[in-house]
Design a protein around this ligand. Structure first.
Ligand SMILES: [Zn+2]
Length: 431
């Protein structure tokens, strides 16, 4: 599909014309206007001592190689947002590889390190993921996930139609059914991106500062409750309308307890990989006595519930205490971890480990606090399985999903599709 049709499909034709009007306000003939937007974005982030990830289209970087590099010293990570702003799922595998390779070269020539990829229009395909992996990226952030935070019935008919068009276009996961968490996908970490984003809230729903703030705060609150990740999408060209909302979310995130880990996508990907590879040994040291030894990345946090521990702990959340140490002894009638049958699908153990649970394969089902034997495990069953573990209170020692005792995570991201009006115009022709 050509980019104009794709954009019209995503937004609707009249919305596309409206958008062309808005675009001329947001971009200038030189990158100066976007640089001011980026400066305002970074200034807002600095007030809360945090960084962000800006996926940028490489053809734009190629036309203005000196604009972005300096932000790297200001806690900004750049990721690749295509070589050009086209639907990558529609390209042949060799074209995908060529594009990704050129994008890497352009970034390197501009002095920008990029380890992540986000597709234009968040498009995905198996071939594309193989190409992203082959080009040595470490993560991809393409999976939209929709939070139930808007009063759809309260929207105007135009708002409802625009919203529905966005949902049909992105076909997002629903946060009530799927987890808003990174997951290992072969050699990549896939990091979901949260909807509604700034584009839906402003261009489609005509949102104001108040509604943007409320929507984002509500996602933050749900993500915190569930211990999940809120990947906020705010295209830098809309920062003027959204700076107050961004400040409100960051300010709230800084006050929540247990804390919210605010991190860039590269940090989140590296953490998820390292924490999932941590090893925890729980060995019997007598009747009802267990020795626990954790070998994990810096910041790895041990949580425990319904066990007696011989080292200091502090209250955490959800019935857990945070253990101040990585080697300790516990008393528990059951081995305080999750047993898995040797016949269970490997996906089950992989999923549980990624959540921070300590998993052991064994046949004695009565030995463990929890024991699962599932020949098949589908993503749609993840929430139910977690509820089975978290809504009961058998003895358990586990790792926290996030570092340094954080309960949830927040990542600020903003795609840079263009730096000037010219870039934006060329984008519509797939350049
Ligand atoms: Zn884009």
């Amino acid at each position: 599909m050509n980019p104009i049709k794709l954009a019209a499909g995503a937004k609707g034709q009249s919305a596309l014309l409206n958008r062309i009007g808005m675009i001329t306000k947001r971009y200038g003939l030189t990158p100066a206007k976007m640089q001011r937007a980026l400066d305002q974005f970074v200034k807002t982030l600095r007030q809360f001592d945090c960084g962000a990830t800006f996926p940028a289209t490489a053809a734009t970087v190629e036309r203005h190689p000196a604009v972005l590099e300096k932000y790297q010293t200001q806690d900004i990570e750049f990721a690749v947002h295509g070589y050009t702003h086209v639907d990558y799922s529609q390209l042949a595998p060799e074209e995908q590889l060529t594009h990704l390779h050129r994008a890497r070269e352009v970034f390197a020539a501009a002095g920008i390190t990029a380890v992540g990829f986000r597709s234009p229009y968040l498009r995905q395909s198996n071939h594309l993921y193989a190409a992203i992996e082959a080009e040595g990226f470490s993560y991809v952030s393409n999976q939209p996930i929709l939070w139930n935070v808007l009063d759809i019935d309260g929207l105007t008919p135009t708002g409802q139609a625009g919203y529905q068009r966005a949902i049909d276009f992105y076909a997002p996961w629903e946060a009530s059914k799927r987890l808003s968490l990174p997951q290992l996908y072969n050699q990549l970490v896939e990091i979901p991106v949260s909807l509604p984003d700034d584009e839906i809230l402003i261009d489609r729903l005509g949102g104001n500062t108040d509604s943007i703030t409320k929507t984002w705060q509500s996602i933050l609150s749900q993500a915190h409750q569930q211990g999940e990740l809120f990947t906020l999408q705010l295209h830098p060209e809309r920062i003027a309308r959204c700076a107050d909302g961004l400040s409100a979310v960051l300010s709230e995130a800084r006050t929540l307890r247990p804390s919210v880990w605010i991190a860039r996508l590269d940090e989140i990907a590296a953490w998820w990989r390292a924490r999932a590879a941590a090893t925890v040994e729980i060995t019997s040291s007598g009747e009802g006595k267990w020795h626990v030894a954790v070998d994990g990345p810096r910041g790895a946090t041990v949580l425990a519930r319904q066990v007696q521990i011989d080292t200091s702990t502090t209250p955490w959340a959800d019935g857990y205490r945070q253990v101040n140490g990585t080697t300790f002894n516990v008393r528990s009638p059951l081995q305080p971890c999750i047993g898995i049958s040797p016949g269970a699908t490997p996906e089950l153990a992989s999923f549980l480990r990624q959540q921070g649970y300590i998993v052991e394969t064994g046949v004695e089902n009565r030995r463990y606090s929890y024991y699962f034997d599932r020949a098949e495990f589908a993503a749609e069953q993840e929430r139910t399985l977690l509820a089975q573990i978290e809504e009961t209170d058998f003895p358990l020692v586990r790792l926290s999903r996030w570092p340094n005792g954080a309960r949830s995570a927040l990542s600020i991201t903003g795609d840079i599709d263009a730096l000037t009006l010219w870039d934006y115009g060329l984008r519509l022709f797939g350049k």
